[in-house]
Design a protein around this ligand. Structure first.
Ligand code: ATP
Ligand code: MG
Ligand code: MG
Length: 379
């Protein structure tokens, strides 16, 4: 069959489906939501829970290969599928990325620096936390994203209260680091171990959610970019990873590079590649899962991406509204991507807006104008 399957029906699945369809494939999506963004644009929508046996059987029958778009699709579903079909990435790699404790252990094993941290699964481990980790951030080991499941703590009393708030689930406490800025590397690795990557991206987060991505990354020297790419490749090699992987990094105030976390799939910070590169991260995902050749993406235009969160769909009085798309699209180099989500909620990722231009300064200027127009803070 020439149908490619994706586990999860969010915006990442939708953009994967666009890339797969452009290369002539049909797409099948498994997601419990009837109106999932990827399900809406796919030929087959298996509307079932990720571990549902009949649903998984249907995916197996329909698909030639399987990928994932939502990092919390249970690894168990990928184990089941992977026993019969090529899955990229495989369940093993996804399982590591789904658990901050396993993820940190893997990063350390690869010889890449990460934040000083401790695993907290028991009251004894809580009591034994070294003072040096405070102030810190307590993060649930599983199921967190967009800053959810994280609490910043200044001292032991706050740490104890935070763990209780998180209901005593397994957590990782990380030392709060003094960040200068954040970057990420999106790479693709094939079964022969060949690695290609997008240009290093600089990312601005607000309230734990990605807000702005810029490429080329301002303030990142060639040496730092090379170091980040090499670290990301080591992390991928260590998993014998096949597929698209993103590694997020902190650049500390002293200039030191520290790995934050990884995502076993295309990443929000790589969305610019659809409009700025000759091969997008989603096309890389298609190429990885089908065994098509990987070529190094070339950035043909500097780009600035703004995330469009549900907040923009509400005015100051809390009434729903439609943002001024006509105003945004009147700006040069605007590429508007809306995900087709049925309802807006604050903090929900509804779309993104990429500006490309001949120079980084022009892309930035247009993006700043768009931010002003939409009521987003300047950056
Ligand atoms: P994502 O949606 O990227 O998966 P997440 O919920 O897994 O996010 P993290 O990436 O762990 O969250 O953290 C979110 C943001 O919080 C980081 O991008 C960074 O800005 C800040 N942050 C996280 N850990 C630390 C730390 N140890 N020191 C300083 N800032 C941190
Ligand atoms: Mg994360
Ligand atoms: Mg993150």
């Amino acid at each position: 069959s020439s149908t490619l399957g994706v586990m999860g029906g969010g915006q990442l699945g939708r953009m994967f489906a666009h890339a797969a369809q452009r290369l002539g494939y049909f797409t099948a999506v498994m997601d419990p939501d009837v109106a999932s963004p990827a399900g809406l644009v796919s030929h087959v929508h298996v509307q079932a829970d990720y571990l549902d046996e009949q649903g998984l059987a249907q995916m197996l029958k329909r698909c030639a290969a399987i990928t994932t778009e939502f990092e919390n699709v249970p690894a168990g579903a990928l184990y089941t599928l992977g026993a019969h079909l090529p899955t990229a990435p495989d369940a093993e790699a996804v399982a590591v990325c789904q658990d901050r404790a396993k993820e940190k252990a893997h990063i350390v094993r690869c010889g890449v620096p990460c934040a000083p941290h401790a695993l907290i699964e028991t009251p004894a481990q809580l009591a034994a936390v070294p003072d040096g980790l405070l102030p810190g951030i307590l993060k649930t080991a599983r199921l967190g994203y967009d800053g959810k499941g994280q609490i910043r703590v200044r001292d032991r009393a706050e740490l104890e209260a935070a763990w209780a708030t998180l209901k005593g689930v397994p957590c990782v406490l990380e030392q709060m680091l003094a960040l200068d800025f954040e970057i990420s590397v999106v790479l693709a690795r094939d079964a022969h171990g060949r690695v290609v990557h997008l240009p290093v991206q600089r990312n601005l987060h607000r309230d734990g959610i990605l807000a702005v991505t810029e490429v080329p990354a301002p303030g990142v020297s060639a040496a730092l970019a090379e170091e980040a790419v090499a670290a990301a490749a080591k992390i991928a090699d260590g998993l014998r990873y096949v597929g698209v992987l993103c590694v997020e990094f902190f650049v500390l105030q002293g200039g030191q590079l520290v790995a934050n976390e990884m995502a076993p799939r295309p990443h929000n910070s790589g969305h610019h590649s659809i409009d700025s590169c000759d091969v997008s991260q989603f096309e890389l995902q298609v190429r990885c899962m089908t065994g098509l050749p990987l070529v190094a993406p070339r950035l043909h235009s500097p780009a600035v991406m703004l995330n469009l969160l549900g907040d923009l769909w509400f005015d100051a009085e809390g009434r729903e509204r439609t943002p001024d798309w006509a105003g945004v699209l009147a700006l040069p180099g605007a590429h508007l991507h809306l995900y087709g989500k049925s309802s807006a909620r604050k903090g929900r990722k509804m779309g993104h807006l990429t500006f490309t231009a001949a120079t980084a300064a022009e892309a930035r200027a247009a993006a700043q104008q768009a931010a002003t127009l939409l009521g987003l803070p300047a950056f």
